[in-house]
Ligand binder design. Structure first.
Ligand SMILES: [Zn+2]
Ligand SMILES: [Zn+2]
Length: 182
């Protein structure tokens, strides 16, 4: 199984390279950065000035290079789902696709000085979280577990990059089940 990262209007290449090595370490899978274009403007809502993350997921599904892979879109644009003001990301639970945005993870959005290291950490956590969903994991009550769901960017700093013991065990069993299927 391969994890693909698809940059969608994401300019920071160094950050993508860091992200790919972290994801490879965490999921123990090869990670490759895909170069494909997606007509992102079709998912744009001019009234909200945001992009519909569910629309992005539906487009990513059409792009998946092979059946046994996961693909995560990484973007700088602001994402939403219709029932929420914004989302950091979205994923197909026990599916193949996920998307994550750095837009609300940047300190400068909240009037603070730029903090590249914190942005990197937050983006890694959110990408691991969304990919966790694609492996069938749901939200976890452990505040330090990466599968814990937080509403505000600064709260993401409370959780670690790691899965708690029970989420880690579940991830392992889901991965094994998946490997048996192929
Ligand atoms: Zn979640
Ligand atoms: Zn957990």
């Amino acid at each position: 199984m391969i994890l693909y990262i698809l940059p969608l209007r994401f300019q920071d290449n160094a950050l993508l390279v860091d992200l790919s090595s972290t994801l490879s370490e965490v999921f123990k899978l090869p990670v490759s950065i895909l170069q494909r274009t997606l007509p992102l403007d079709e998912g744009y809502d001019p009234v909200r000035n945001q992009f519909n993350s569910s629309w992005i997921l539906s487009r990513l599904l059409k792009l998946t290079p092979e059946e046994s892979c996961k693909i995560i879109g990484v973007t700088e644009v602001d994402l939403y789902v219709p029932v929420l003001t914004f989302v950091f990301g979205e994923a197909q639970v026990e599916g193949q696709v996920a998307v994550v945005s750095s837009y609300r993870l940047r300190d400068e959005l909240y009037g603070l000085p730029k903090n590249p290291e914190r942005l990197k950490e937050r983006l890694e956590k959110e990408a691991i979280h969304e990919l966790g969903h694609t492996f069938g994991l749901i939200h976890c009550r452990d505040p330090e577990c990466v599968m814990h769901s937080y509403t505000y960017a600064e709260e993401i700093d409370f959780k670690s990059k790691n899965f708690c013991t029970s989420c880690a065990a579940l991830l392992k069993s889901k991965k094994n089940k998946f490997n048996d299927m192929i």
